[in-house]
Design a protein around this ligand. Structure first.
Ligand SMILES: [Mg+2]
Length: 198
């Protein structure tokens, strides 16, 4: 039996496009309308004039962060949540738990738990990795299924749980990666289709 552990930003919610819209409106009016960042850390040349941490803080308190659009399709998401225990592991500071759950509930998504963890620590002491979160909440004897768009998280979980099925969601920032201990999926639907084969 499977148990699902899914990332949120870049997998279920479209953080990047809302963040780019905000940057265009407030800071960089010439940023192209379809601009997609080429690096997870937003270190792109096109954004080089910005203090990205400052912009991130402004965005988080702008009221837009809890209205991110979906990348996942809610019907198939909720079908998975009925078929398997489905946990979300999102790379945010703890104070974003409320806005994040509000955003997920706004879209009608059902899930067993929402947890904070990931490779980016926000300089928070003892901020957990995704594998540390999973180790705490997993059900013994269920095979973990992990989905994320950051290769560091995928590697972390693949190393901690060799029996896990690890998926990397393709995004512009991870297009040029070498292969790794993951199965690449092009989008949410490709993940659902692939999972239904298990
Ligand atoms: Mg992500």
């Amino acid at each position: 039996m499977l148990e699902l552990f899914l990332d949120v930003d870049g997998v279920i919610l479209d953080f990047e496009s809302s963040f780019m819209d905000y940057i265009r409106e407030v800071w960089l009016p010439d940023l192209p309308p379809d601009y997609q960042p080429r690096s997870w850390e937003m270190s792109d040349h096109a954004l080089a004039s910005l203090d990205i941490d400052e912009v991130w803080e402004a965005f988080m308190s702008s009221g837009r962060f809890n209205r991110l659009k979906l990348l996942a399709d809610p019907a198939s998401f909720n079908q998975l949540a009925q078929a398997y225990p489905l946990h979300l592991v999102t790379n945010l500071p703890q104070e974003q738990y409320g806005p994040r759950s509000e955003n997920l509930e706004f879209h009608g998504l059902k899930f067993a738990s929402l947890n904070m963890g990931g490779h980016h620590t926000f300089n928070i002491p003892n901020y957990p990795t995704k594998s540390a979160v999973i180790a705490k909440i997993r059900t013994p004897n269920r095979r973990p299924v992990f989905l994320d768009d950051h290769p560091v998280n995928c590697r972390d979980v693949a190393e901690a749980f060799p029996e896990a099925l690890v998926f990397l969601m393709e995004r512009p920032h991870n297009q040029n990666l070498e292969s790794g201990p993951w199965i690449r999926v092009a989008n949410w639907q490709a993940f659902v289709t692939r999972l239904n084969l298990e």
